[in-house]
Design a binder for this molecule. Structure first.
Ligand code: SAM
Length: 218
């Protein structure tokens, strides 16, 4: 079976399981080739519903988690999105299929460089900017954001991210312990009021930074 066929079967599975629902998210997952974002030796497993190693003790998230998080963001074509945790660059491309512009932040420079190459190969460079820094600080330079996606496990909501989210905006973020969290949808109802809804357990690598875990805690 070729990659295209494997990708189609994965998307059908995610629809059957109820993870994928919206036309725009389904189209995005059919468009972006996940095998371009994983190391050569894992290419054959790229369309299995599981996370895969991408080096530096980090992972590309499982497709069902990408689907769940993207559905919760409820993206619109005019949206400016901030992603914290570029990893391979795959999820940033899924976001860029739907939204206008994506800024994605990665703390490990080597991963950010590789993600930039992957994003270029997948032809999304014109809609995605990759920044190397501590993403718990957000990216004030282009704030506020319509949507914020955090793809590493936070201790709590980093204050700068909440400040950089528009009123009415949504943030999707795993919050909890170092290796096991709950996935939350945060809706910023006003400057000082948020709604926090849990969508069940998940397991992400830790969010490391000023408003996250400290390196010596890992
Ligand atoms: N979204 C990614 C993808 O599509 O491949 C998967 C992200 S991976 C599960 C989590 C990433 O978050 C890792 O690459 C890790 O280095 C990064 N990370 C952890 N703490 C961070 C921080 N404070 N700022 C930016 N990136 C961070």
């Amino acid at each position: 079976m070729n990659f295209e066929e494997k990708k189609r079967r994965l998307v059908e599975y995610l629809i059957r399981m109820g993870y994928l629902k919206s036309k725009n998210v389904i189209e995005a997952m059919l468009k972006v080739d996940r095998h371009l974002f994983v190391p050569e030796k894992y290419r054959d497993e790229a369309y299995e519903d599981k996370p895969l190693p991408i080096g530096y003790n980090q992972t590309i998230s499982a497709p069902h988690m990408v689907a769940i998080m993207t559905e919760l963001l409820n993206l619109e074509p005019e949206h400016k999105v901030l992603e914290v945790g570029t990893g391979s660059g795959y999820h940033a491309c899924i976001l860029a299929c739907i939204a206008k512009y994506v800024i994605t932040i990665e703390r490990i420079p080597e991963l950010a460089r590789k993600a930039e190459e992957n994003i270029k190969r997948a032809c999304f460079s014109n809609k995605i900017k990759v920044i190397v820094r501590d993403g718990t600080l957000g990216y004030e330079e282009e704030a506020p954001y319509d949507r914020i996606l955090v793809t590493a496990g936070a201790k709590d909501i980093p204050k700068p991210l909440l400040e950089q989210l528009k009123v009415g905006g949504r943030m999707v973020i795993p919050i909890g312990e170092k290796l096991s969290q709950y996935l939350f949808l945060i809706i910023k109802e006003s400057e000082d009021k948020i709604k926090k809804i849990s969508y069940g357990p998940c397991a992400f690598v830790p969010l490391i930074g000023k408003y996250g875990w400290k390196e010596d805690e890992i």
